[in-house]
Structure formats: structure tokens, C-alpha cells
Design a protein around this ligand. Structure first.
Ligand SMILES: *Cc1c(COP(=O)(O)O)cnc(C)c1O
Length: 358
């Protein structure tokens, strides 16, 4: 990462205080059991990689309207095409939502413990923001957001806790803030959460953000999609066509369509992850770990006898990569991606060894 010290004398002063998002490690050394960035352990289907590889013509620009992908999304999610916008990863739509709807007169609000990109997007768009502390048990108190009259960003399930709100709770938040946009980031919803998608046709201030990165095994292809009222989608398209109308490349468009033509594979993989999550949670609890109730493809775990930062480093030394956050409130935890059963068994046996040797 380019730190402050590497700044050139040309860097705009408006970005001087900007603290970039820190992505999880992506080591070139593939010998790690990689449980740190919530990717799928299952590769995309051959039909998906073939569709990307055979996509023609690459000498021409990709389709700026993304009409084939949107038509397929409309069919799969049973919603009209004018309520859908695809993106280069869902991070892009989150950024566009800050650009489109937030400014000094339209501040943002989100939990203190949530996706690390929200404060970065607030900073880069010069949006004043408030972080509302999660309750002691790491859940969101929806009363904090009822009628708050700010643009609201909530990851549901939340990250890195994995805890989810019900659609009824989301509806109360959306309904009580009719003059503000409520963005529900559903990156992990396919692993057992409840989607707010059914509310999209009822409320014009709701944007539901999804991604192909987690449940659809396409993190490297960079593809997201969002649902909202035609007005919100139009505004986001204004930003999109003012920045990069070819934001989704042709290979990724082809891969996304092929993925949507094979829903069974995605559903089967999600069910496997849920099963592996329950197995891993039980095992780790029996080793003395405290684990928050997760609806996602990761668990957030801490152990009274093991310092969080130390455990992260010790697991890494043993070839298992998990994610540790230094923020004080959560620094005793590690976020562990749920992978294949083989990966989970390596994790469990390393943790057993660590606890034995302690
Ligand atoms: C992974 C993740 C995303 C998005 O990622 P993309 O790869 O950009 O689609 C968005 N929100 C949360 C909370 C995530 O964890």
C-alpha cells in the first residue's frame, strides 16, 4: 500500500487524510489454507470459465447496457430489468451510491463494526458519517436507525460478525426513513440470510446490493448487481456513464450469464458451506471458542485463552490464513472463512495442536 510517506507533491490536498481500505492478503504462495477473504473454495463450473474464454469479439468494447446479463438477472430474480444495475464488483455500486446520494447535506450512517469500505467511501466522497456502536452482543439495534434521517448503509448479514437482521427489521428501517436511501449490502445473503429483495417494489428508497464474489465463486471476475427503484437505478447509471460505461468486461459478462444458467451449482455449494459452517462452529465451540451466530460463509471467533492477534500469526505460521482486525472492539476475534471440509479439518487440527501446546 502507498502510505502517506509515499505521497507525491502532486496529490490533491482533498485526499490528504484518506485512509485506503486494506484488502485481505492474497499471497502468491498457494500453499496456505486460505480462509481470510471469504472466497468460495469451489471453482466456477467449466461452463462458466468456457463462456468467458470463448467470448468474442474482444477487439470491440463490452456492451455498456449489459442487456443480456440484466435480462438473465431479471429472469432469475423475478424482477423487472429497469430495477437492476450490474457493477464491477459490488464495491463499485457501494461507491457509486455514496457518490450519487451522499454529500455534506446528506450524511451517512452505519454500524461501528461493519464492512471497512463504508468509511473509506464516505471519506473519498466528502460525506459526513456517523458510526453507531453495535450492541454488546454484536447485534445491530434497529431502533438506532428508525427515523434517523440519514442515508443508511447496512451489511446484512453484517461483516465481520455474520449476524443477520430479518426482512421485517429491514422494512422498519426503510419505512421510517422515506427521505433517505437505505443501502442493504447482501454480499453474504445466499448463505442463510433473509433478502430484502421483496421490499424493492414497495419502497423507492431501498437499494439491495449483491455480488458474484462469494456464493457464485467469481471473486476474480469482479461482478456485482443491485436492485432498486427505477429512479435509484437511473441515478446510479448516471454515475456509471459519467465514469466508466464499459465497467464490466465482456468475459465477465459471459461468465455471469453462464453462472445464472446454472443455479443448481450455486445452491448446492451454498448448502455445503452452511453444513461446513455448522460443523466447524460445533468443533470450535467444543475447543472453547466463542463464536457469533453466523448466516454467512465465515465465522467470527475468539478464545478466552488466546490473544486474537497472536492466534492469527500462529495460524499463519502453520499455513492457515485467517483475517484479523486491529480495531479495539474486535481485536480478540478472528474472522475465519468457511471452506471445504478438508480445509476445515486442517484448521480444526491446527487449533487443537495450538491449544495442546499452550
Ligand atoms: C466481499 C464484500 C463485498 C463485495 O465485494 P465485491 O467483490 O466487490 O463484489 C461487499 N460487501 C461486503 C460486506 C463484503 O464482504
Amino acid at each position: 500500500m502507498t502510505g502517506i510517506s509515499a505521497m507525491s507533491r502532486f496529490f490533491s490536498s482533498k485526499f490528504k487524510g484518506l485512509e485506503p481500505y486494506t484488502p485481505g492478503e492474497q499471497p502468491k504462495d498457494t500453499s496456505y489454507v486460505k480462509l481470510n477473504t471469504n472466497e468460495s473454495p469451489f471453482p466456477p463450473l467449466k461452463a462458466v470459465t468456457d463462456a468467458a474464454a470463448s467470448c468474442r469479439p474482444l477487439n470491440l468494447y463490452s456492451d455498456p447496457t449489459c442487456s443480456d446479463l440484466i435480462a438473465k438477472l431479471a429472469e432469475v430474480y423475478k424482477i423487472s430489468p429497469d430495477r437492476i444495475i450490474p457493477s464491477n464488483g459490488s464495491d463499485e455500486t457501494l461507491y457509486f451510491a455514496f457518490l450519487a446520494f451522499c454529500d455534506s447535506g446528506h450524511p451517512a450512517v452505519f454500524p461501528d463494526i461493519t464492512y471497512g469500505f463504508y468509511p473509506v467511501f464516505a471519506q473519498i466522497t466528502n460525506t459526513p458519517y456517523t458510526e453507531i456502536p453495535l450492541k454488546e452482543d454484536m447485534t445491530i439495534d434497529i431502533n438506532d436507525y428508525i427515523g434517523i434521517n440519514k442515508n443508511i448503509f447496512i451489511a446484512n448479514p453484517n461483516a465481520p460478525t455474520g449476524i443477520c437482521l430479518t426482512t421485517g427489521e429491514i422494512e422498519q428501517i426503510v419505512k421510517s426513513n422515506p427521505s433517505n436511501v437505505v443501502v442493504i449490502d447482501e454480499a453474504y445473503v445466499d448463505f442463510g440470510g433473509e433478502s430484502a429483495l421483496p421490499l424493492v417494489e414497495k419502497y423507492d428508497n431501498l437499494l439491495v446490493v449483491r455480488t458474484f464474489s462469494k456464493s457464485r465463486s467469481l471473486a476474480g471476475a469482479r461482478l456485482g448487481f443491485s436492485f432498486g427503484s427505477p429512479g435509484l437505478i437511473n441515478d446510479l447509471n448516471t454515475i456509471r456513464f459519467s465514469t466508466n460505461p464499459y465497467n464490466i468486461n465482456s468475459m465477465t459478462l459471459a461468465a455471469g450469464i453462464a453462472s445464472l444458467e446454472n443455479e443448481d451449482y450455486t445452491i448446492e455449494n451454498c448448502n455445503t458451506i452452511i453444513k461446513n459452517r455448522e460443523y466447524t462452529t460445533d468443533k470450535l465451540r467444543s475447543l472453547g471458542f466463542e463464536i457469533l451466530p453466523s448466516c454467512a460463509n465465515f465465522i467470527f471467533a475468539k478464545h478466552a485463552g488466546l490473544d486474537g492477534g497472536w492466534l492469527y500469526a500462529e495460524l499463519k505460521r502453520r499455513g492457515v490464513l485467517v483475517r484479523h482486525f486491529t480495531k479495539e472492539r474486535i481485536c480478540q476475534y478472528n474472522r475465519i472463512t468457511i471452506g471445504s471440509m478438508d480445509q476445515m479439518n486442517v484448521l480444526i487440527s491446527e487449533l487443537e495442536d495450538i491449544l495442546k501446546e499452550r
